[in-house]
Design a protein around this ligand. Structure first.
Ligand code: CUA
Length: 318
């Protein structure tokens, strides 16, 4: 799934131009490296220790001007092509008016960084999910980036530039994918103990599949009918799960922790730390601190029976 060198495997026009700039600068640097190391080798050979000193050369205006002008031209050139690219790919907050809602600003997705997971909201449809961004292909989406705690950095190497998510300040980025697929996203700014496990997936669908996903995602949960699962649903409310999490259609409405409305349909748990399987979900519930030390989910020291009930319930959240 994940590309070994995602920057070299772009899947959006934006990522492609970033790759091109990177290769451009890399070639210039490689050229300079080759010239400098070549000259060092020549000097080492020609002026190796011999009987007599080489001819001493004190100053040359022409050469001094040349070695000043050369680097200046190169630096100005690199700055020019970088600024041009930044201006092309940036989603500037031009229409953003203080106090305007996300919809008014034409925001398609609001992404909020938390230690250590991502909250994903679609203002138009009211869908809320976590650590998984579903998008239709071929559409340039405006993403607003926010943070609830410290500075995080949103980065999908195959699709976007990096952009910080800063508390109290909204940033924007364009998100677009050429073809359907799953793209790895990461937090690219050190943000505490579990920075390394603050991953997310961008799942790009054909527009029809995306519409179907939206339809499923809009449905709220229905109370489970099966005994084990319905005991789990009661336990979920009785324990303090509902004081941090939300499950649409129930009394659990908090947004301190990931929204669990469609938890069982997601690919990963704990912002990418483990795959989302019933066994892994059980391991996670049994002791989240063992799976992701430092995460905000406490160890509830659940009994085996309680684990069975909770897993049965959470697996109904599709
Ligand atoms: Cu969030 Cu690093």
């Amino acid at each position: 799934m994940e590309s070994t060198f995602p920057v070299f495997d772009p899947a959006s026009p934006q990522a492609e131009s970033i790759r091109d700039l990177f290769v451009h600068v890399l070639l210039i640097s490689a050229g300079i490296f080759a010239i400098v190391s070549g000259l060092i080798c020549v000097a080492l050979y020609r002026f190796r220790v011999t009987e007599k000193l080489p001819v001493q050369d004190f100053g040359s205006h022409k050469r001094e001007i040349a070695w000043m002008a050369g680097p200046v031209i190169i630096v100005v050139w690199i700055a020019a092509i970088s600024i041009k690219l930044i201006l092309t790919i940036n989603a500037l907050p031009t229409q953003y008016v203080k106090g305007a809602t996300a919809e008014q600003d034409g925001v398609d997705i609001v992404v909020t960084g938390h230690q250590w997971w991502w909250e994903i909201e679609y203002p138009a449809s009211g869908i809320v999910t976590a650590n998984e961004i579903h998008i239709p292909t071929g559409k340039k989406l405006r993403v607003a980036l926010r943070s609830e705690d410290v500075i995080h950095c949103f980065w999908v190497a195959q699709l976007t530039r990096k952009m910080d998510a800063i508390p109290g300040h909204e940033n924007f980025v364009w998100l677009e994918a050429d073809k359907p697929g799953t793209y790895q996203g990461r937090c690219a700014e050190y943000c505490g103990t579990q920075h390394a496990w603050m991953n997310f997936l961008v799942i790009a669908h054909d527009p029809d599949d995306f519409a179907a996903w939206q339809q499923r995602e809009k449905q709220t949960s229905t109370p489970p009918t099966e005994k084990l699962a319905s005991d789990g649903a009661a336990l979920f409310m009785k324990l303090t799960c509902s004081q941090c999490h939300a499950v649409a259609g129930t009394d659990a409405k908090e947004d301190f922790a990931p929204d669990l409305t469609h938890l069982a349909s997601r690919a990963q748990l704990g912002a990418g730390v483990i795959k989302n399987t019933p066994d892994n979900l059980r391991t996670w519930l049994a002791n989240p601190q063992a799976v992701k030390p430092g995460c905000k989910m406490p160890n509830f020291k659940l009994k085996d029976e309680q684990l069975d009930q909770l897993v049965a319930y959470l697996e109904t959240l599709r």
